[in-house]
Ligand binder design. Structure first.
Ligand SMILES: Cc1cc2nc3c(=O)[nH]c(=O)nc-3n(C[C@H](O)[C@H](O)[C@H](O)COP(=O)(O)OP(=O)(O)OC[C@H]3O[C@@H](n4cnc5c(N)ncnc54)[C@H](O)[C@@H]3O)c2cc1C
Length: 288
């Protein structure tokens, strides 16, 4: 039986103040689908929980102009239920659909998926291709961090003691962009990714060229990665089978997976190449 202290702050500033004072002794709780599993598995080095669920300012999805803001406490299932998310950020909906089960998706939050910093996280991976900005509140006030600068290692983020992720914002990509999310696991559903890949390409109108490509991969390095070299190999390039193959090879070369109980490093590396090419081909859609 764990001997834990428990707090339910009534507003964001109270939550920040509590977490700042408690430091390493406490953790914020959102949906609990990662935190409670960790606590059950143990050992843990904290003895307090600050439950964020009572903070309405951290919930909801809003559009203002070309920018969407998702509160950190928004459940994964809300991404699937909001029709505008599906219209402007369909890859996010694909990733949400692939996460856990309906029960998990109702509890699990967008902020928890990011702050848990698992290299295999599904929704967090897609935020990389949408170039999301993370809104953080802490004892020194608010700050914004691009999602690609948020991770410090497996299970680690750049959040400082007392800081809370409050929201995620991202701009609607060009209308002709097309994205794809691919998750590879041992089972079809209810599975943590062995490898996951998200791509977003923006074709050059009226040509067979890609103006811009964004590629992100997960579960193949200590943090999720944007693959800059592979992306650059495609920009302003005529799309051919060879061009996609070259980008997929660069993706494979950029990752550094490990062997673990779920897969070997070699297999994961190979799958990065296969899945990147498949995702790019599907996103391009047209003839090659
Ligand atoms: C059965 C099962 C299946 C799963 N399947 C998948 C899957 O397919 N894909 C996938 O990506 N994940 C999966 N997960 C993992 C988990 O559901 C997700 O990572 C989820 O999004 C975590 O959100 P949460 O709200 O439950 O986070 P919590 O468990 O509440 O928190 C996770 C971590 O983030 C911190 N934290 C949470 N919110 C904040 C905040 N706003 N500010 C600062 N720190 C914060 C917590 O202190 C904790 O360290 C699964 C989990 C289970 C139990």
């Amino acid at each position: 039986m764990l001997d834990l202290n428990y707090w339910e702050p009534g507003n964001l500033l109270e939550a920040v103040s509590l977490l700042s004072n408690l430091g390493e002794k406490a953790r914020p709780l959102a949906g609990g689908t990662d935190l409670l599993v960790k606590m059950k598995k143990g050992p843990i080095n904290w003895s307090g929980i600050v439950n964020l669920k009572g903070l309405p300012e951290l919930k909801g999805i809003n559009f203002e102009g070309q920018t969407m803001t998702i509160g950190a406490l928004t459940p994964i299932s809300a991404l699937m239920a909001n029709p505008w998310v599906g219209v402007h950020f369909p890859v996010l909906v694909e990733a949400a659909r692939s996460l856990g089960t309906p029960q998990i998706r109702n509890l699990a939050t967008v902020g928890g998926n990011l702050c848990n910093a698992s290299p295999a996280a599904d929704v967090a991976l897609v935020l990389l291709i949408y170039e999301a900005r993370l809104l953080i509140m802490g004892p020194k006030g608010p700050r914004k961090v691009p999602v690609q600068e948020f991770y410090a290692g497996p299970g680690q983020t750049v959040l400082e003691p007392g800081e809370i992720l409050t929201a995620v914002e991202m701009d609607v990509p060009p209308l002709n962009s097309k994205g794809v999310f691919v998750k590879h696991g041992k089972r079809k559903s209810h599975e943590i990714a062995l490898v996951n890949v998200a791509v977003l390409i923006t074709p050059q109108p009226g040509t067979k060229q890609i103006a811009r490509a964004r590629i992100a991969v997960g579960a193949v390095a200590s943090t999720q990665l944007r693959l800059q070299e592979a992306e650059e190999s495609l920009s302003d390039t005529v799309v051919t089978v060879d061009a996609l193959e070259r980008a997929a090879e660069l993706a494979e070369a950029a990752v550094n997976p490990i062997d673990d109980v779920r897969s070997t490093a070699g297999y994961r590396k190979q799958m990065v190449k296969v899945l990147t090419k498949r995702a790019l081909q599907e996103a391009w859609g047209g003839e090659l």
